[in-house]
Design a protein around this ligand. Structure first.
Ligand SMILES: Cc1cc2nc3c(=O)[nH]c(=O)nc-3n(C[C@H](O)[C@H](O)[C@H](O)COP(=O)(O)OP(=O)(O)OC[C@H]3O[C@@H](n4cnc5c(N)ncnc54)[C@H](O)[C@@H]3O)c2cc1C
Length: 494
């Protein structure tokens, strides 16, 4: 029996959703038995993973309840991750762009915005997100139980040790938090992690960011844009090794060009918080002192205090729950999605995973959700986005591919906006001309990549780089980069 079979059986056995559906019209109606559980599905956590699962299941007719321990819904995504960091980035880039504008300079504008001013708009955006998301739960009749949710047994949870709540299915979507190593004093007012950095009141003159993953690199780039001196300490050999090599080189070049000091292959020895700054001692013997310190090295799944000791589901050493391709844990009726299951640890992926789990419970195939086609969006300056295979992967697999490139500086739109730093790179099969990977850096890269993704996902021969040669693009646009890159690539064929 497959997992799909198991889930379908569980649903029909235990949950009577539409008792009339099994009977022809006008036949005597059976009296529905009292429900065995309080809910068909109980979701723990209201981030994108939980919301995706709850909405999908509720739309499919399940009786759904959710738990949330934070005072507002929306998850880390809305309150201390994606939304506030992107709102701050927008405030920083737009403000600094205006201040650097020659006309503003000529008018005598030379001001330095405070952190408070830059963060001011963020709470409004969060408020809008919360009320919009709350309306989804309200409209779909999904009650929110406020408090810490813990398992009592395989079908029962409690909220803040209150009355037991039972459900046929569960989704664990409790997210993650920064990993905090022992020996680092995170109560020191100059030592932050990615959950606390947004509460920094004063703009520092210098910062050390330890950890050059997506979050560390994004913050390093944002602080440098604010004119702050930045050390970016990478524990690995290259920045963001999962990206295409050329994009990694471009990111490293531009960060260095902007003044970020990047050190690779370093390991922390100890961190010393002082009244006037923070000293980072590296195992290589280097010592760095800056006003503040941001720890951005690793994340931990939120599974402690979830009552996992009462059920057979276990978390690994990083607090993450292991799931199969349907997001089922070792107990088929308990699913886990989002950051709590580890990579890719993206809000975008968490939402799709939640929907997939919801569909699986309903006995529906989630094949149309393209769970393995997750684009990467990295909001550094320049912005980076990619989807599909990298050159490294294609070379390792001996796939005969060719490359087509468009430099943003050759596009009229980029020349008009002044955002000429960037490149679009298409990787395509030499023989079939199917697009295999789309890699982009520069302004709006995270939007631009989706045009290529849409064509790359077309079935059979409809996925072809020739689409971009045959298509008329608005002029001037950044989308035109696709035609330029396609022509550049096709011209390499012989
Ligand atoms: C600084 C930063 C920037 C980011 N930028 C991006 C980005 O640009 N794009 C992107 O796609 N992703 C980004 N991410 C990642 C993204 O925020 C996460 O991948 C996403 O939030 C994961 O969603 P989730 O539903 O798994 O968990 P979360 O959004 O973290 O939600 C989990 C929820 O569960 C609740 N909870 C936990 N335990 C319990 C319990 N026992 N009982 C009740 N409630 C509980 C928590 O309070 C929380 O509300 C960023 C993350 C950070 C930290």
């Amino acid at each position: 029996m497959t997992n799909t079979d198991t889930a379908t059986e569980t649903v029909t056995d235990e949950v009577v959703r539409d008792p009339q559906a099994h009977y022809p019209e006008n036949s005597p109606q059976p009296v529905a038995p009292p429900p065995k559980f309080d809910y068909d599905l109980f979701v723990i956590g209201t981030g994108p993973g939980g919301e995706g699962a709850a909405m999908q299941a509720a739309k499919g007719g399940m009786k759904v309840g959710v738990a949330e321990r934070y005072r507002q819904i929306g998850g880390g995504c809305t309150h201390w991750g994606t939304i506030p960091s992107k709102a701050l980035r927008y405030a920083v880039t737009s403000t600094m762009k205006s201040l650097k504008n020659p006309v503003m300079r000529e008018l005598g504008f030379s001001v330095a915005p405070t952190m408070e001013q830059l963060n001011r708009g963020t709470q409004t955006i969060i408020g809008r997100q919360v009320s919009m998301r709350q309306s989804f739960y309200d409209r779909n009749g999904v009650p929110i139980h406020r408090g810490q949710c813990r398992f009592l047994d395989e079908h029962t949870v409690t909220i803040d040790h209150g009355e037991p709540i039972t459900a046929a299915h569960f989704v664990i979507s409790t997210g993650s938090r920064p990993y905090r190593p022992a020996g680092v004093d995170f109560t020191h007012p100059r030592i932050f992690d990615s959950d606390t950095i947004l509460s920094m009141q004063e703009k520092p003159t210098s910062i050390t960011v330890y950890g050059a993953g997506v979050i560390g690199t994004e913050y390093a780039s944002m602080f440098r844009n604010l004119g702050i001196k930045v050390n970016l300490i990478n524990t690995r050999e290259k920045l963001l090794e999962f990206l295409d090599d050329e994009i990694i080189d471009a990111l490293s070049y531009h960060l260095r060009d902007q003044g970020v000091i990047i050190r690779h292959n370093e390991q922390m020895d100890k961190i010393e918080g002082r009244p006037d700054g923070v000293i980072l001692h590296l195992k290589s013997g280097k010592v760095l002192k800056t006003d503040v310190f941001l720890w951005a090295n690793g994340r931990q799944g939120n599974t402690d205090d979830l009552g996992l000791e009462n059920i057979p589901v276990e978390a690994n050493s990083r607090g993450q729950v292991v799931v199969d391709e349907h997001f089922q844990t070792c107990l088929p009726h308990i699913y886990a999605v989002g950051d709590v299951i580890g990579i890719p640890s993206l809000a975008s992926a968490a939402y799709t995973q939640g929907r997939s789990a919801g569909m699986h419970m309903l006995g529906q195939a989630s094949g149309n959700l393209r769970l393995h086609d997750i684009p990467t969006g990295i909001y550094t300056s320049p912005e980076i986005s990619s989807v599909g295979a990298t050159e490294r992967e294609l070379t390792d697999k001996c796939v005969p591919y060719e490359v087509g490139q468009a430099q943003f500086r050759s596009l009229a739109r980029a020349q008009i906006t002044g955002e000429t730093t960037g490149m679009l790179k298409l990787l395509f099969h030499r023989e079939t001309k199917e697009i295999l990977g789309v890699h982009c850096f520069g302004a709006n890269a995270s939007e631009i990549v989706h045009i290529g993704q849409a064509i790359m996902n077309q079935p059979g021969k409809q996925n072809t780089i020739e689409y971009f040669i045959e298509t008329t693009f608005n002029y001037p646009t950044m989308a035109e980069a696709y035609r330029v890159a396609a022509l550049n690539g096709i011209n390499r064929l012989f």
